[in-house]
Design a protein around this ligand. Sequence first.
Ligand code: IMP
Ligand code: MG
Length: 180
Amino acid sequence: MERMFGRPIVTQEQMRSRIREMGRQISSDYAGKDLVLVGVLKGAYAFYADLARAIRIPVRVDFIVVTSYGSRTKTSGKVKLVTKLTEEIKGKDVLLVEDIVDSGLTVQHLMKSLAKKKPRSIKVCTLLSKSDRRAVDVHVEYVGFKIPDQYVVGYGLDYQQKYRNLPYLAVLDQMDHQEE
Ligand code: IMP
Ligand code: MG
């Protein structure tokens, strides 16, 4: 087996218990509503699967694929939608499920684009937030963990498309990679 690496900053156990709480909160906030969970791929895939199963009300599931980063650890500020939704969201309550809100540009762009489809409401749920790095003012309703300005991988998050399958969240140390 390949060596697991990085300094874990959120363990599997912490992840599990926080996501359970978030699921409970969302279930009560959206009771009786027509909720569509829109996952932002690829990064949100692990969080999404766990969150959806922690929600105790019927939901519809949908996904969009976006690319923003390229291969570097800094935001390009440009967000490209690679796929469209398959579910009709008009008149429905949309919860956008993200892995991490960093500058906020991705979320801001997605909210604008989804708002055109006239959902009844649209809110954001993110596993992680680096609020110190926010460049635009976006309201994030549900935050799993606030983390400092460090590049993290695992639990869906990547560095150059790798490490998404780490079952915990780890800080990417300078020692572990060389940016080319
Ligand atoms: P934003 O548009 O700057 O808010 O960036 C959001 C996207 O950047 C996220 O969906 C992630 O894909 C990526 N991102 C930001 N910080 C990290 C990190 O520490 N590790 C991995 N991906 C990150
Ligand atoms: Mg990403």
